[in-house]
Design a protein around this ligand. Sequence first.
Ligand code: ADP
Ligand code: ADP
Length: 230
Amino acid sequence: MLKMQNLSKVYRTELVETQALNDFHLEVKAGDFVAVTGPSGSGKTTFLTIAGLLESPSGGLFELDGQDVSRLSDAERSRLRNEKIGFIFQAFNLIPDLNVLENIEVPLHYRGFKAAERRRRALEALERVGLSGRAGHLPSQLSGGQQQRVAIARALAGSPKILLADEPTGNLDSQMARAVMELLEELHRDGATLVMVTHDPQLAARAPRHVQVIDGRVIDSQHLSLAAVA
Ligand code: ADP
Ligand code: ADP
């Protein structure tokens, strides 16, 4: 599903050059659930930015869903991003004056779905996250955990090939964090491909596969069976 080989990313400003990723290797197969941890500044956000087709790598190979996406134009990248990627952010990023259903429909507009199809997909995604009863609520009328579940529904509604989550529980208390993690686990059981960046070692340990990024490299990856963790 996602394959990065010898990937590098260099940020240049007038004064400094930062090698954010260096000889970065990672392969994520369809149906994997991978947690990515690592110290601050190690390159996790850079990795997600490239994986999510927001930026191109400086060098190396990046394949997404069987296609070489290492060197694409901005237009091609955004088209593929809308089609194949679902993002989940730490801060939810819901639009405050749109209701739950309208928020979920936002990315579907970019995909060119007609109104009836947008509504059908949004309702189905809302049901998957267990919030069918909240369709007309504004984000401010929901708890943080519910807001994140709406954001997950928004990510799911476009039927992405891969879900990328950046600290999805970082703004939640431990009880709501657990509920969101359980939802991600359920999506994984249903076949979703998930990559989650987190600072939280306990959360990372719950994922079937855990990868560490240090100094822009994947230094350690271990495969654990779900049964071994349970
Ligand atoms: P995290 O991913 O650890 O939650 P950030 O991605 O916001 O945090 O930032 C990680 C590191 O990258 C920080 O040290 C921050 O200063 C640095 N950083 C982020 N964006 C830029 C930028 N545009 N220019 C320089 N450094 C940046
Ligand atoms: P993490 O998410 O693990 O905290 P980042 O990927 O944000 O790490 O950052 C990796 C390195 O790249 C850091 O040294 C950071 O300062 C640098 N960096 C990240 N984004 C930018 C940017 N837009 N411009 C310049 N430097 C950046």
